[in-house]
Design a protein. Structure first.
Length: 87
């Protein structure tokens, strides 16, 4: 049986940072939750490296349990909606 790759679920820097902020954690806090170093989280967020293997799987589990749904928007949509925040 071949492994199925989750399309559109790759962890890039923006997605890692969005998850961390959604959880209300610092880089150090997320690193502690994942059992990794703060510098690793920083490197993911800056795009120096991408989470893969067990780290990517664990990020997916954490995101799913937290109810985190990340859908990247185009820059134009982000800028257009930047003034519209719910209070």
């Amino acid at each position: 049986m071949a492994k199925k790759k989750r399309e559109g679920r790759a962890w890039d820097g923006r997605r890692v940072k969005a998850l961390r902020e959604y959880l209300g954690l610092s880089q150090d806090g997320l690193a502690e939750e994942l059992g990794t170093r703060q510098q690793t989280v920083s490197e993911w967020e800056t795009g120096q490296y991408q989470p893969r293997g067990a780290s990517a799987t664990l990020l997916g589990i954490v995101a799913e349990r937290a109810g985190f749904a990340y859908a990247p928007m185009s820059r134009a949509v982000e800028e257009e909606g930047s003034g519209d925040s719910e209070q």
